[in-house]
Design a protein around this ligand. Structure first.
Ligand code: PLP
Length: 389
């Protein structure tokens, strides 16, 4: 019998997809999956439709259309304070995911060690495993997910090649401060490390937290691959448009591997994203932030009232809540209990840790239409009713 590869035999289905299927079965409210149910901005939709109608449906250059690369370079300059040459240093990718995958293919060797902050986004850890690299975890401590420079220094070995930064973070909502990023930059320079930074939630910031791109810190532009995209900001997770900005000497290799897997990002949607960047006013981003701030506060107070203490996210659109009070011996059982009792689906916390540190946590996504979120908040109160019955 022909067997799947050793790599494939290590793969297990994502808890997020499993919970989504379970949620569908009970017709519940799905706060498990990080898809945005909010409306796509009009210029983005219009330009994508116009591109389809105008016949712009074929492969593009492997690094994306010049109009989008130019618009991204302007955005990086104005919003991130990062100077990037759109010809030599920028690739449009098939989502941030395609950018990260191609960058890992281009930069990492088997057995390289790569530092990740935990709780971490599963795709980062699993991509590294798929490359036969070793993810090495640095724990962020609840409720505010702090770490110190020593925590990182301590895990560095001669095999350490890179650090993955994800700020604002999925699932913790942590926004790395300038000081924390400064420690990482110093460590990266001292040990000659590469930094992958996934900034997909850069516009989702609360309570005065600021987004800093680590590539702007001293010595970092030459060793950082800055990855982001439009899935979240423009609510187009299915369009697959992202980008990677990197030193010019790496672009050909990253572009090669992106070409090999995707050829290019979807052509008409590249036009849509370019229009969004060029046409949407500053107010769009501020309104987005305020909308998500409101949603964050709604779900946090519903979780608190239901006795599931949330750690208040500083950014992104997920909440990790302490569910020690729910019956069940692990986070999967607790998630299933919650789904049965309330019809609200969340992701078991063990999906975000390599050990058992997440067994008393559930992740709730609040990128939902307001009516669905209010429905979920009401349903969560059934837990309280049961507890007091
Ligand atoms: N990076 C992080 C941290 C995410 O949470 C997600 C989606 O949940 C992605 C990347 C996916 O981005 P894209 O749709 O651009 O591939």
């Amino acid at each position: 019998m022909v067997e799947v590869s050793v790599n494939a035999s290590r793969i297990k289905q994502s808890e997020i997809r499993i919970m989504s299927v379970e949620c569908e079965r009970v017709r519940g409210v799905n706060l498990a999956q990080g898809v945005c149910d909010t409306e796509v901005p009009e210029p983005v939709r219009r330009a994508a439709k116009a591109a389809v109608d105008a016949g712009l449906n074929q492969y593009t250059r492997l690094d994306g259309i010049p109009a989008l690369r130019g618009a991204i370079a302007n955005k990086l300059r104005d919003h991130n304070r990062l100077t990037v040459d759109p010809e030599a240093q920028l690739l449009v990718t098939s989502g941030a995911t395609g950018g990260f995958f191609a960058a890992c293919m281009a930069m990492l060797n088997p057995a390289d060690e790569v530092i990740l902050f935990e709780p971490c986004y599963g795709y980062h850890a699993h991509t590294l495993t798929a490359m036969n690299c070793k993810p090495v975890f640095v724990r962020l401590n609840a409720p505010d997910w702090k770490f110190i420079a020593d925590d990182v220094e301590r895990v560095i070995t001669p095999r350490t090649k890179a650090i993955v930064v994800n700020s604002p973070a999925n699932p913790s909502g942590k926004v790395m401060s300038r000081a924390e990023l400064g420690w990482l930059a110093e460590i990266a320079v001292k040990h000659d490390l590469l930094v992958f930074t996934d900034e997909i939630y850069e516009y989702f910031l609360y309570d005065g937290h600021e987004h800093v791109s680590i590539a702007t810190l001293p010595g970092m532009a030459e060793r950082t691959i800055t990855i982001s995209g439009f899935s979240k900001t423009f609510s187009i997770t299915g369009w697959r448009i992202g980008y990677a900005a990197c030193p010019a000497r790496w672009k050909t290799s990253i572009g090669y591997f992106h070409d090999l897997t995707y050829i290019c990002a979807p052509a008409p949607f590249q036009h849509g994203a370019a229009a969004g960047l060029n046409e949407l006013p500053k107010k769009f981003y501020e309104d987005l932030r305020l909308e998500y701030l409101h949603k964050r506060d709604l779900i946090c107070s519903a979780l608190t009232q239901a006795g599931l203490a949330p750690s208040i996210p500083q950014g992104a659109y997920y909440i990790l809540a302490d569910v020690a009070a729910l019956p069940g011996s692990n986070s999967k059982e607790k998630a299933m209990h919650l789904l049965r009792e309330t019809g609200v689906a969340a992701v078991p916390g063990n999906a975000f840790y390599h050990d058992d540190a997440g067994e008393n946590l559930l992740r709730f996504c609040f990128a939902k239409r307001l009516t669905d979120l209010e429905n979920a908040c009401n349903r969560l109160q059934r837990l309280r009713a049961h507890a007091t019955a």
